[in-house]
Design a protein around this ligand. Structure first.
Ligand SMILES: Nc1ncnc2c1ncn2[C@@H]1O[C@H](COP(=O)(O)OP(=O)(O)OP(=O)(O)O)[C@@H](O)[C@H]1O
Ligand SMILES: [Mg+2]
Length: 406
C-alpha cells in the first residue's frame, strides 16, 4: 500500500497522521517544502519517500509536480491532506491519477462556504439565510433582505479573520470600510445561540467515530475579546437531548455533501428555542489539539483510525466516552516578553491526575499574537469524568493561572 500525504510535518498534528499511515503498513510518500531531513523526527521515521516542492501553496505547480512524480514511481493507493488549504490539491492529484477518494467537486462542497450551504440547504437541512456578495451595493441590498443583526465574513475564511457581527446600517458602513480587501463575502442571518463542533472519521460518508465539542464562548466572541481565556470541551455524553439533534444534523450534512473517507470537522449552532443550525464544515480534522482532546475523551488513537479509513482497511475504534476533555487557551496581560507565570504549580497540585498537558509560555519568551493564533500564549489540557469538575478545572485555569508580559 502506498499513501501520498501532503504536508506531513505541519501543522502540529500532521506527524501523528503520518505515523498512523505507517503503523497501518503503508509506504508513506510525503510532500513538502525543504528536504526530508528537515522534517520532525516522527515524520522522518514514518516516511518511505519524499517529494520536495518549491511552494505548497502554488496549487497548479504542486499538482503538476506531484502527479508527474507519482506516475514515475508507478502510482499510489491514496492521496490525502488533513490541512484545509491543501484538501483541494489532494483531490486534484487524485483525479489526475485516477486514485479513489473524494472528487474535486465533492471537496469544493467542503471548501466554498456558499456552495456548502447551498448543498446542505438543498437536502432540507437548516442553514443561516445567506447571500454571496462582492460589492458594497450588493452587500447593502443583501443586508436589507436579511435584516440585522447579521454576519459578514469572507467566503474562504479561516480563524474568524475578517468576520464581523453587524447590528445596524451605521455598523454596516463601518464594517464595509474594514472589509475593503475581501473579494467575496457571505452576508448571513446572525444565529444567536451556543456553538458546537461535530467531528467524525467516516468510511464512505458514514461515521465510524463521532464527537461533539462545545465552544465557551463562541469563537467570534473569543476572537474579539482579549481578556477571555477560551475553553473548548469535548462532551462525554452525545446522547443527551441538547446534543442529539446536532449529531443528527451532522449526519445529514455528511450525506448531503457526499462525504467519502476521512476526517470531518463541522460547526453548528443551538438556538435558545432548541433549533439546531448548520455553521460550516471541512473535510479535515479540527486543529489546536482537538484530535488529542477526542483521543483523551475515549483513550483511543484517531490518527490510526483515520489512516485505516483512508487506506480502505477496517476502521477499528471505540465510541465509548469516559471523560469530558477540556482545553483552555491563555492570553498574557501586557506586551512584549513573558515576565511572570503564576499559579501553575498550585493548579497542578490541586488537580493532580487530571491535567494532561500544558504549554504555557515561560518567562523570557516573546508573547504571541492572540488574534493570529488560536493557541495564544499556551494552553492547559485536562479531563475529568464529571461535568462540574471539568468546569471547575477550566475556571481555575482561567482565573488562577496568570501570564504577565512586559
Ligand atoms: N451566521 C452566523 N451567525 C452567528 N455567528 C456566526 C455566523 N457565522 C459565523 N459566526 C461566528 O463567526 C465564527 C467564525 O465563522 P466561521 O466558522 O464561518 O469562519 P471561520 O473563519 O472559518 O472560522 P474558524 O476557522 O475559526 O472555524 C463562528 O465560529 C461564529 O462564532
Ligand atoms: Mg469556523
Amino acid at each position: 500500500m502506498r499513501a501520498c500525504f501532503l504536508s506531513p510535518g505541519y501543522p502540529a498534528e500532521m506527524p501523528d497522521f503520518t505515523r498512523g499511515l505507517a503503523e497501518c503498513g503503508a509506504q508513506v510518500i510525503g510532500v513538502g517544502e525543504g528536504p526530508a531531513q528537515a522534517q520532525p523526527q516522527k515524520v522522518r521515521e514514518a516516511l518511505s519517500a519524499w517529494i520536495q516542492v518549491p511552494r505548497l501553496f502554488d496549487e497548479d505547480a504542486l499538482v503538476a509536480q506531484v502527479v508527474a512524480e507519482l506516475r514515475r514511481i508507478g502510482g499510489v493507493d491514496c492521496v490525502e491532506a488533513c490541512w484545509e488549504p491543501l484538501v483541494l490539491a489532494a483531490a486534484r492529484i487524485r483525479e489526475a491519477l485516477g486514485v479513489p477518494g473524494m472528487s474535486v467537486d465533492t471537496v469544493r462542497g467542503f471548501r466554498d462556504k456558499q456552495l456548502m450551504k447551498d448543498r446542505v440547504a438543498a437536502a432540507g437541512l437548516r442553514v443561516p439565510r445567506a447571500e454571496r456578495v462582492c460589492t458594497e451595493a450588493e452587500t447593502r441590498a443583501a443586508a436589507a433582505r436579511i435584516g440585522f443583526p447579521l454576519i459578514l465574513k469572507p467566503l474562504a475564511g479561516a480563524g474568524s479573520a475578517d468576520t464581523y457581527r453587524v447590528d445596524s446600517e451605521a455598523d454596516l458602513s463601518r464594517v464595509l470600510r474594514l472589509m475593503g480587501h475581501v473579494r467575496e463575502a457571505s452576508c448571513e442571518e446572525f444565529i444567536d445561540g451556543d456553538e458546537f463542533t461535530y467531528d467524525t472519521v467516516c468510511v464512505g460518508g458514514v461515521p465510524v467515530y463521532e464527537n461533539v465539542a462545545w465552544y465557551l464562548p463562541r469563537p467570534l466572541v473569543a476572537r474579539t475579546e482579549h481578556w477571555i481565556s477560551p475553553f473548548i470541551v469535548t462532551l462525554r455524553d452525545l446522547g443527551v437531548p441538547a446534543i442529539r439533534p446536532g449529531v443528527e444534523l451532522g449526519r445529514g450534512v455528511l450525506q448531503a455533501l457526499k462525504m467519502g473517507n476521512g476526517f470531518t470537522h463541522m460547526e453548528w449552532y443551538r438556538k435558545s428555542d432548541g433549533e439546531v443550525v448548520f455553521g460550516e464544515i471541512g473535510c479535515r480534522p479540527g486543529g489546536a489539539r482537538l484530535v488529542d482532546q477526542m483521543n483523551f475523551t475515549g483513550d483511543i488513537d484517531l490518527y490510526k483510525t483515520w489512516a485505516q479509513a483512508v487506506l480502505g482497511l477496517p476502521a477499528q475504534v471505540s465510541n465509548s466516552r469516559r471523560y469530558h476533555c477540556g482545553i483552555v487557551f491563555k492570553r498574557a496581560w501586557g506586551e512584549g516578553r513573558i515576565q511572570q507565570l503564576a499559579g501553575l504549580d498550585a493548579l497542578l497540585a490541586r488537580h493532580r491526575g487530571w491535567i494532561l498537558d500544558e504549554t504555557l509560555l515561560r518567562p523570557g519568551t516573546p508573547r504571541r499574537d492572540w488574534k493570529a493564533t488560536l493557541v495564544s500564549d499556551g494552553y492547559v489540557l485536562f479531563r475529568h469524568p464529571d461535568w462540574d469538575a471539568v468546569r471547575a478545572i477550566a475556571r481555575d485555569v482561567q482565573e488562577k493561572v496568570r501570564l504577565v508580559a512586559g
